[in-house]
Design a protein around this ligand. Sequence first.
Ligand code: 3PG
Ligand code: MG
Length: 396
Amino acid sequence: MAWKTLDDMDLAGKRVLARVDINVPLEGGVVTDATRIERISPTVQDILSKGGKPILLAHFGRPKGVRVPDLSLQQLVPALEAAFGAHVVFAADCIGPGAVAAADALKEGQVLLLENTRFHAEEEQNDPEFAKKLAEVGDVFCNDAFSAAHRAHASTTGVAELLPSCAGRLMQAELSALEAALGEPERPVVAVVGGAKVSTKLELLGNLVEKVDQLVIGGGMANTFLAALGKPVGSSLCEHEMADTAREILGKAEAAGCEIILPEDIVVAREFKANAENETLRADACPEDAMILDAGPETVSRIKVALKSAKTLIWNGPLGAFEIEPFDAATVAAAKYAAKRTIEGKLTSVAGGGDTVSALNRAGAAEDFSYVSTAGGAFLEWMEGKTLPGVAALGG
Ligand code: 3PG
Ligand code: MG
């Protein structure tokens, strides 16, 4: 790799500003999936063992430049301490005298966590003055946030221009594993794309159809496609204004010879809650007062057929409302089958996305996939061959 790693840096006694992605799911202040935290542990341990002071720089959620108490990173201190086995000091701002003083006062073996960078609007604007203030808190910059590398923000790119910079261990692992699995994938390639972030992914889907042989569309975004095909979706999560885009993607897929797999049957309910009364219907039969919360068993069978002949699987996003039972059924069944094919040596399976990782963990399938990335949007953009600003800023 062209960029520097922790091995190339002299860290003894240095304040190492480590950009990490600890944007983890929280329920009632408790971390429900600590994967992203666990995966940055090697970088933190490495900095500590080289005598450096790890200073964690991160965003959390999308507060849009406002201090939102529910999005304070302070809530993650216990989970970080458990993962690192080290005392974690918290600084209530990521810039300014308080942050600098906390960094200077950090004792050997301790880790400093800086407050949510997105409490400052200048972070997402990649404001040069703000980047300078971030750079004052460290002597060396280490980017370990592959999953935030698609954002050209002050903490991912701006600060990299101001301090000697290197890639962290997770960044290195992500880039080498994705390159190995997807550089020249064995065909047929099946992509599974699901989840609720519909408008952000529709654009990406357009590029994907030109690269893969079959594309399974699930979750909230499938509803947008069903609606675009004139099917009723009731009160489902659906971006009706994206109908033209969805139809364009379908046309592009046809022209590229990519088969699109949409739900053939659906599981609907009247309430978005665990164990809500539900029924399985044909995909064109959603009642007006119901919402689609999962794909049905026929769709799962169809997906299994695709996976059976596939050599490579790229998975991003759950197929249904996987966080509430029983609407995780399609996601769990498809994930288990993909894991089985992988164990048998028939399939190279690569998955990415915060939600996807949670879903695979839930299915007990994550460990059996060939590689599980911690990235969502960055994972997809990387797959499209786009340059990720956070990676480019390391000067590779
Ligand atoms: C993620 O969770 O996908 C990353 O942390 C990036 O977050 P963002 O999509 O809010 O930029
Ligand atoms: Mg994202």
